[in-house]
Design a binder for this molecule. Structure first.
Ligand SMILES: [Zn+2]
Length: 410
């Protein structure tokens, strides 16, 4: 794929496409169409996701309205209580949550949510954006069902500037009012396959959904174009050794829902055929270093390091769990790796309105894609896949932490 095509695709597909939305479907159809143009049939495979229509979301501090967005899937109703800012999460700080609407820093993680619930919180407030930016954007957030586990309290997201003002001005009574229709919706994976001489499968993944405020050029239209370029590359050559499957995953931003749905629906013998997963999540930014994160035996890290040196490509490789669609594959025992070009946050941020084509370079994308294709070609050429089809214990441990099966002792 040349830089001109990359540039064209970046511009055509940079639009907000949240998991389960009509825009996500539109993007899925465009991706499937491009696969067909490269001579490979593609299928849009739906899966169920939570869906909510927010009717009303209000947040008041001492009776004064504060701009907010209600958390999807957090229930409906109203609650009034003293506001408490949970700056630390030690037992002493947590014990102050009882009967309060609790403001927390950062994302609403699984453990912090259950910590505040266990300590008697009656509502929650998160904030996002950046106090140093001019905008007053507020992201739309969701109380994910695997976070709530059915235990819901009302919550809102506000802008960081308001959060600072509220905390700076002393003690307050907060009120949350939410009205929403919760139900079930549909998101989709796009799946295309190039049959190989072997039944064993290398799976390429990239999520194509975005968050609410973002046009998702960098996160992760870039990776979606990356695996499309891999499909084009292999479709134009003689039959590959391994069967090559390409999955554009939906609803990754809502908690890796597409890759989880895919791996969970797969029969055991089909899963066994998958010998490697190559995932792309954010490549081709103007700034930033290229990394590989391998949820596999350490030998793959060393191999990628050697291969990159031989090829002449700067890279940093680590054995770890990456917060992307490679993780559900690794959790099913498939050696998985994610490639990414990680930009410093002051040059390209994600999950906000600043993730646009402006932070992208078609030339850099092409260099990244060429390297990824060269690596994939080398793996495909293997007479026998050298990567052990097992996940080492230290990676399994990290998967337990990442997937909230076990709590990491800090
Ligand atoms: Zn992403």
């Amino acid at each position: 794929m040349n830089a001109k095509t990359i540039d064209k695709l970046l511009n055509e597909l940079s639009f907000t496409r949240t998991g389960g939305s009509p825009e996500e479907l539109k993007c899925a159809e465009m991706i499937a169409q491009m696969c067909r143009e490269y001579g490979v049939e593609a299928e849009i495979v739906p899966f169920k996701v939570d869906k909510s229509e927010m009717k009303r979301a209000e947040f008041y501090i001492d009776g004064k309205p504060i701009a907010c967005r209600g958390y999807l899937m957090c229930g409906s109703g109203d609650i009034e209580a003293p506001l408490y800012y949970l700056a630390n999460t030690d037992p002493c700080s947590l014990s102050e949550c009882r009967g309060k609407i609790v403001m927390i820093d950062g994302y609403l993680g699984y453990w912090v949510y259950h910590d505040i619930l266990d300590n008697g919180a009656v509502g929650f407030v998160t904030y996002d954006g950046d106090a140093n930016y001019a905008d007053r954007d507020i992201d739309r957030r969701e109380l994910r069902s695997y976070v709530s586990q059915g235990k819901k309290i009302l919550g809102v997201n506000i802008n960081a500037k308001d959060a600072i003002d509220i905390i700076n001005s002393g003690e307050h009574v907060a009120k949350i009012v939410i009205e929403q229709d919760e139900g079930e919706g549909e998101s989709r994976n796009v799946i295309a396959e190039i049959p190989g001489q072997s039944e064993e499968v290398i799976v390429f993944t990239a999520h194509y959904d975005s968050t609410f405020l973002s046009s998702g050029a960098y996160d992760n239209l870039s990776g979606s174009i990356g695996i499309l370029a891999a499909l084009e590359y292999f479709a134009g050559r003689e039959k590959p050794h391994y069967t090559l499957r390409f999955i554009w995953c939906g609803s990754e931003e809502r908690g890796l829902l597409g890759s989880k749905a895919y791996t969970e629906a797969l029969a055991e013998d089909e899963l066994k055929k998958i010998i490697l997963n190559i995932n792309l999540d954010m490549i081709g930014s103007i700034m930033g270093r290229f990394i590989a994160c391998c949820s596999s035996e350490i030998k793959l890290c060393h191999y990628i390091e050697y291969f990159a040196q031989e090829y002449g490509f700067g890279i940093k490789v680590a054995q770890d769990v990456y917060s992307s669609d490679s993780t559900p594959f690794a959790d099913k025992g498939v050696p998985s790796l994610s490639f990414a070009r990680l930009a410093p946050h002051n040059t390209a941020t994600i999950h906000n309105s600043y993730d646009t084509v402006r932070v992208m370079s078609a030339e850099q994308m092409k260099r990244d894609i060429d390297f990824i294709n060269a690596f994939a070609e080398r793996m495909d050429a293997a007479k026998k896949m050298p990567v052990a089809r097992e996940i080492p214990d230290e990676v399994k441990k990290k998967l337990d932490y990442y997937l909230f099966r076990e709590r990491e002792k800090k």
